[in-house]
Design a protein around this ligand. Structure first.
Ligand code: NAD
Length: 301
């Protein structure tokens, strides 16, 4: 359960909403100052394969963030039928460019490409998404030089930002993907949380969710978690982002809206704190990516 100081800090910031935008904006100020102290300009390179509108939107978000904090930003775009060889040589060029401090491949990439092989081409010290095999091993073994995958770092920073201590707390993570749920579970275990992981086949998931002090949901299933999964005094972090058609009753012509994996309106008056979608984990993930870029640049520039 949350300690008293956490509750005070939470109230101070924004009722019982874990607002990622507020913390992101504070982080922008912090990073702007930190980046201004570098002699060179820490630079992130983003590789995009194909033309997915969602990927383009995420990349644009990163470009704007880089601009705000004074980081360099390079966007290299390839057609969906690019060969693995051409992609690897582009990554190798960025690996050997001393002006580039971080490299990410915007996922997903076309299935015809060997994702693992492409990601592992990135030099581990420039792997600011923390997805190379080398980095994953360092992360899993709690090596201090590991880069923490951005979403996991973002979830932890969101809770810490509101003074919520995760040590010795019962944390249930719903979703165990390689990119999101898995790293979140690993990070919280490293921080001393008592972690339970649920996935598609987990029996009696409602009980496992209700037993948690902190419930973190990362499934991609819109509004999966309703009032049956939560209890009072619980902190709920919603990582999911899905685009669904809005409610016809609210709008004459329903349009697409972003929703999380938690039915926010159904649970918000029960739990003690909850992150919204959009505006919760999303902004913290972008912030964390650039914190990783900062960490990767520290020893170089
Ligand atoms: P994924 O499809 O790779 O993995 C989903 C996981 O959820 C799997 O482990 C699966 O077993 C589990 N799952 C699916 N349905 C379930 C159910 N009914 N009950 C229990 N478990 C279930 O997805 P992902 O890449 O891990 O992404 C998850 C969500 O997080 C997506 O909505 C994605 O858009 C979002 N996301 C958000 C951020 C952010 O910054 N907020 C960053 C990355 C991903």
């Amino acid at each position: 359960m949350m300690d008293k100081s956490a509750i005070d800090k939470k109230k101070l910031l924004n009722g019982h909403i874990l607002d990622g935008k507020v913390l992101r904006d504070l982080g922008v100020q912090r990073l702007k100052l930190a980046f201004s102290k570098f002699v060179g300009k820490p630079t992130l390179a983003v590789i995009q394969v194909g033309d997915l509108a969602e990927s383009s939107a995420y990349i644009e978000q990163k470009r704007k963030f880089a601009e705000k904090i004074g980081a360099g930003f390079i966007h290299e775009k390839f057609s969906a039928d690019v060969s693995e060889e051409d992609l690897s040589s582009a990554i190798n060029r960025l690996n050997s460019n001393s002006k580039i401090n971080g490299i990410i491949v915007q996922l997903p990439i076309p299935v015809a490409l060997n994702k693992r092989k492409i990601i592992d081409t990135i030099l581990p010290k420039k792997d600011v998404d923390g997805l190379t095999t080398t980095n994953k091993k360092l992360f899993e073994t709690e090596n201090s030089s590991a880069i923490v995958p951005a979403t996991a770092r973002g979830v932890l920073s969101l809770l810490e930002g509101y003074g919520i201590d995760v040590n010795k707390k019962k944390v249930t993570v719903v979703g165990r993907s390689e990119l999101v749920g898995g790293p979140i579970a690993t990070l919280f275990a490293h921080k001393g949380s008592l972690v339970t992981v649920c996935h598609r086949g987990t029996p009696d998931m409602t009980t496992k969710c209700r037993n948690a002090d902190i419930l973190i949901v990362a499934t991609g299933v819109p509004r999966l978690v309703d009032r049956n999964y939560v209890t009072e005094n619980q902190v709920v972090v919603d990582v999911g982002i899905s685009s669904v058609l809005g409610d016809k009753l609210e709008e004459e012509i329903p349009r697409k809206v972003l929703v999380g994996d938690v039915d926010f309106n159904d649970v918000k008056d029960i739990v003690s704190a909850i992150s919204p979608v959009p505006g919760g984990v999303g902004p913290m993930t972008v912030l964390s990516l650039f914190e990783n870029l900062f960490d990767a640049s520290k020893n170089v520039i």
